[in-house]
Design a protein around this ligand. Structure first.
Ligand code: ADP
Ligand code: GLC
Length: 485
């Protein structure tokens, strides 16, 4: 059988550039596809923050793409890792900055132009290097104009190419003034309600959903949620219309980076049969965050973006009450909306020894929190997949989650009768539901330690590696190719 060729497009890819789980997935999935013998080439922007030396990124060639009525010249750089070729588009006018999408002052106003350019430049790269892909795999709104080029540009080079679009988060759609159409070179007659038009604006995600051959999203439950009016941010009708061309495929985790047995960022490695090592990480976590040094107290961790989506208001309203009324400690690591940065940044001062926080982005601390905590908090209002709860399960750190999206699919609720389950779930969007569930977790920790241990073992025995999910993507690619012939 001919080797499948996939052009994989993303605005962030771990380890080069990351703001969230999108990067983790776009770093790990191509690697897993390559292990399935797929010829996958990943294209991303060369942001100013990408360390070219560290990743041996080399200049390859210069290219030109027509944007509106101008020619934009850009440079192509490359590196290879784990059997995957990564291509970086260097165009300083748009990507020379350190931040990916925004600063503290807000979103970059030229974002529509930056990513219209990125999509078109990526297609130009494929042509120029002679890589005629069977599949173009687009991710999130930043790649949302690519399906338009494939559908409208009548380019023979891509005549046999099929397009799959993965929604990682429907809350971010890329809604802008339609002026960008001219720059992207998409004729106005293609701009209507059946494509990208939405209340007079251009909606990158909407058109991408409509024009792609297949749409996937990152968990089966989220695939169902986004077909209903509550979870879809307005997209439910067009998603429902996709029928069986909308598929939920659960993300995996990169076990090379997230495994307590081999993690090089944590003080002490451990496995399901040597859980004593976890206590060393807990002691270091308590020391680092100036918490009372107590090996027997229940510690809750949180790592994530401080965004409404993550249930930050619930967390804000539940954690103080929790440390006052329960024997527990709390560690928060994250950054994002100013209001929450201020609140969680100041919190340790009011609860010394009981609450610790780090405002900012730190891979090392993210690993330490996963390894050293007893419980991990994810009270998300919605969660397309969520990676942290899967990291937590692998690290024997039981997740306390709202039952939504991928959290629903990956965490099995505690059954108090027989001690089975891998975490603690609640449904109501309220601080009291979170607080009560934290209470349930704490009481299990102290009063039913045998159940807590059994749950840790059940959690750590799960396989969330990428193999199965990559196979599902492979099958989707293959089904598109078969339909074609
Ligand atoms: P989302 O993509 O919605 O932010 P995910 O759970 O899918 O949520 O992925 C978040 C990723 O970003 C995880 O790898 C998590 O560890 C990482 N992350 C988020 N905030 C921080 C932070 N402040 N420091 C380190 N890692 C972080
Ligand atoms: C998004 C979602 C998150 C998901 C990640 C990777 O950022 O918010 O739930 O895990 O993408 O697919």
């Amino acid at each position: 059988m001919k080797q499948l060729q996939v052009l994989f497009l993303a605005s962030e890819v771990d380890p080069f550039a990351k703001t969230g789980g999108l990067a983790d997935v776009c770093g790990a999935l191509p690697k897993a596809l390559s292990a399935l013998k797929v010829d996958v080439k990943v294209v991303l922007p060369l942001y100013g923050s990408i360390d070219r030396k560290k990743y041996a990124i080399q200049l390859v060639s210069n290219h030109c793409v027509h944007m509106g009525n101008c020619e934009e010249w850009f440079s192509l750089h490359t590196t290879s890792r784990d059997g995957v070729d990564f291509y970086f588009i260097e165009f300083d006018k748009f990507f020379g900055r350190h931040e990916l999408y925004n600063t503290k002052q807000g979103e970059f106003s030229d974002n529509p132009f930056r990513f219209a350019f990125f999509g078109k430049a990526a297609l130009q790269v494929a042509r120029d290097i002679g890589f005629k892909p069977d599949i173009i795999h687009c991710n999130d709104w930043q790649t949302g104009l690519v399906p338009a080029h494939l559908a409208f540009d009548n380019d023979l080079f891509f005549a046999d190419t099929r397009c799959i679009f993965t929604i990682h988060n429907i809350g971010y759609q890329g809604i802008f003034r339609p002026q960008v159409l001219a720059y992207a070179g998409i004729p106005l007659h293609h701009f209507h309600q059946g494509t990208y038009e939405s209340f007079g604006a251009i909606n990158f995600l909407k058109g991408a959903i409509i024009l792609s051959d297949i749409v996937t999203t990152v968990s089966p439950t989220y695939a169902r949620e986004i077909c209903g009016p509550i979870g879809s941010a307005g997209m439910h009708d067009i998603l429902r219309a996709k029928g069986d061309r909308l598929i939920g495929i659960l993300n995996g985790i990169d076990t090379a980076q997230w495994s307590p047995a081999t993690d090089t960022r944590i003080p002490k490695n451990y496995t399901v049969t040597s859980l004593a090592g976890k206590a060393v990480n807990k002691a270091e976590l308590q020391r680092h965050f100036l918490l009372h040094d107590d090996p027997n107290i229940a510690v809750f961790g949180f790592v994530g973006r401080f965004a409404q989506q993550k249930g930050m208001e619930l967390l804000r309203d539940a954690v103080e009450q929790a440390v006052v009324n329960m024997a527990c400690q709390i560690v928060i690591v994250g950054s994002g909306e100013t209001e929450f940065e201020r609140f969680f940044g100041e919190l340790p001062r009011f609860h010394p020894g009981k609450i610790g926080s780090h405002i900012g982005y730190s891979e090392d601390l993210a690993h330490l929190v996963e390894a050293g905590s007893d419980f991990f908090l994810m009270p998300s209002l919605y969660e397309p997949c969520g990676l942290n709860q899967m990291y937590s399960l692998a690290y024997g750190t039981l997740p306390v989650v709202r039952a939504t999206g991928g959290l629903e699919d990956t965490v099995e609720n505690y059954n108090e009768v027989n001690g089975t389950g891998t975490g603690f779930k609640f449904s109501n969007i309220s601080a009291s539901a979170l607080y009560n569930t934290m209470g349930w977790a704490v009481s299990t920790f102290y009063d039913r330690p045998a159940h807590y241990r059994a749950m840790q073992q059940q959690a750590m025995a799960q396989d969330f590696g990428w193999k199965r999910s990559a196979q599902s993507y492979y099958d989707v690619y293959q089904s598109l190719i078969e339909k074609k012939s």
